[in-house]
Design a protein around this ligand. Structure first.
Ligand code: ATP
Length: 485
């Protein structure tokens, strides 16, 4: 949940009006803003005027080649991801264009389900690269314009040290390891480092290593040759090739499997790699920023993380303190988020009652800044009147739980039902209990939220505290009707 996230935007350039129409239908207002052009010249004009988050570009247009247009877009702003659309006959050209900086390619005809996750991922990538992470003390014009970027807050000594570290390391071309619990701001720090680096106007990509199975991650990072495994019907260019000269943010690096750790070590040591199934070494010059919420010391001690990889990644380490250890930053950030979100939601906000602040500052914040933002937003939605009293806080917020999780409070009846369901699945001999239970819970959760938000994916994702691509994937997986019916 970014306080100042504007509507995601996409430019579609294709001389087939049907594609333009379909993309507008697939990415409707108010979730997305879609600009369309039937030729590259109009596309470039729209690109310059609207600075879209991402571009979907047909490679074979009658008037001008899509490749020339790709080149123009890259000249205008190499940080904007361009997805190429290609027919079977031009797939090879599109694949070669990937090492020239295209984000991805997709072969026509395609289903909305194939293209939408790609578009969401391109938009997220573009956001990370382009939305300024404004550090305290930055007195550039953008820092004073709240709508231009996201203010990174912090005055406590540990956060001041974090900001100093960013300043020290950003311009040096070394690998940085960002450590911290979930929601402490590791991604924000990665963006700030990239944006203050010498590579700030070059390509930036991010990969969540925990979200992708090993074989797909290998191909995602290093690419593969045609025929290297079943289903590899085309060559694929990986991120280490696409990001040449740029920056790669590897999130959740602590979750990498041993095989991937070995491959990563090699590319970091030798600055070269081979595509899966390939034998030709490919040189690469990519700055790595890695992050994890895992305890890597413990992981090295138990042998699940290679120490030689740790030392390669950790040319410089930045450790983010948990929110509960940031002292007076908690009331300061709470106040800031109330003001910002109240403004966005069009709610009255004057002050936070001292009793409310007392509850908030004594909370343990296991979900850190992300949890604080969620609590503020929920509180505002519940509030009536300009003073935030404790009754507006989310139900159950601030209640202490016993370490075993067995509260003195009686459990709500649904947890009893859930226990019965778990028992039923155990007795049925199911080997996928976790997935079955989570699917059932998610179905109820997502249907409820989508109904409440009238099928607005952005709002639903914000309320859930997850990203739009994650929500879309869950909706697709569960086959949910997004109108919430
Ligand atoms: N110091 C800060 N000031 C303002 N906002 C912050 C700060 N730190 C984090 N945030 C906000 O908190 C949210 C979570 O931050 P972020 O995604 O960077 O955390 P993370 O550590 O990468 O989480 P995870 O480990 O779950 O991936 C984001 O909306 C981010 O903008």
């Amino acid at each position: 949940m970014q306080p100042n996230a504007p509507t995601p935007s996409l430019l579609v350039v294709d001389d087939d009006p049907l594609i333009l129409q379909v993309m507008k239908l697939c990415l409707p207002d108010p979730d997305y803003r879609v600009y369309t052009a039937e030729n590259a010249t109009d596309g470039q004009a729209l690109f310059s005027k609207h600075a879209p988050d991402a571009v979907l570009l047909d490679i074979q247009m009658a008037a001008q080649s899509g490749l020339a247009a790709l080149h123009e877009f890259r000249e205008l702003d190499p940080r904007v991801p361009v997805i190429l659309m290609t027919g079977h006959g031009t797939a090879e050209t599109a694949i070669s264009a990937m090492s020239g900086g295209a984000f991805e390619y997709i072969t026509k005809p395609f289903e909305p389900d194939d293209i939408l996750p790609l578009i969401d991922s391109a938009i997220e990538t573009s956001r990370m690269a382009r939305m300024p992470a404004v550090l305290p003390g930055d007195d550039s014009p953008k820092a004073n314009d709240v709508t231009a970027g996201e203010k990174v807050l912090g005055q406590c000594p540990a956060m001041v040290e974090v900001f100093r570290s960013i300043g020290r390391v950003a311009a040096r071309d070394v690998a940085v390891l960002v450590l911290g619990e979930t929601g402490t701001g590791k991604e924000v720090v990665a963006r700030a480092i990239y944006q203050h680096s010498q590579r700030h106007d070059q390509v930036f990509h991010a990969i969540n290593c925990a979200a992708i199975p090993e074989n797909l991650l290998e191909s995602e990072l290093f690419g593969h040759e045609k025929g290297s495994f079943t289903g590899a019907d085309q060559r694929r260019i990986g991120k280490f090739e696409v990001c040449n000269g740029g920056t790669l943010f590897l999130d959740e690096i602590g979750d990498m499997t041993p095989l991937m750790q070995t491959k990563m070590l090699r590319v970091l040591q030798e600055k070269e790699f081979e595509r899966v199934g390939g034998s030709k070494p490919i040189k690469t010059d990519v700055r790595i920023i890695a992050a994890t919420n895992r305890d890597l010391d413990a992981a090295m001690a138990d042998g699940s993380f290679r120490s030689d990889l740790y030392y390669r990644l950790n040319e410089y380490t930045i450790s983010l303190p948990p929110l509960r250890d940031r002292g007076d930053d908690v009331p300061m950030m709470t106040e800031f988020f109330f003001r910002t979100f109240a403004n966005q939601l069009g709610k009255d906000f004057l002050s936070i009652a001292p009793e409310t602040m007392q509850v908030l500052t004594s909370h343990n914040w296991p979900g850190n800044v992300r949890e604080l933002q969620g609590v503020v937003k929920q509180t505002l939605l519940k509030s009536s009147g300009p003073v935030i009293v404790p009754a507006f806080l989310p139900i159950g917020f601030g209640e202490t739980k016993s370490p075993t999780g067995s509260d003195d409070q009686p459990s709500p009846s649904w947890t009893g039902d859930l226990s019965l369901e778990v028992q039923r699945l155990l007795e049925s001999g199911s080997q996928s209990i976790s997935e079955e239970v989570h699917d059932q819970v998610d179905r109820v959760l997502l249907q409820g939220i989508l109904k409440a938000t009238h099928g607005n994916i952005s709002e639903a994702a914000t309320r859930l505290g997850i990203s739009r691509p994650t929500l879309r994937n869950r909706i697709r997986h569960l086959g949910i009707n997004t109108t919430g019916q």
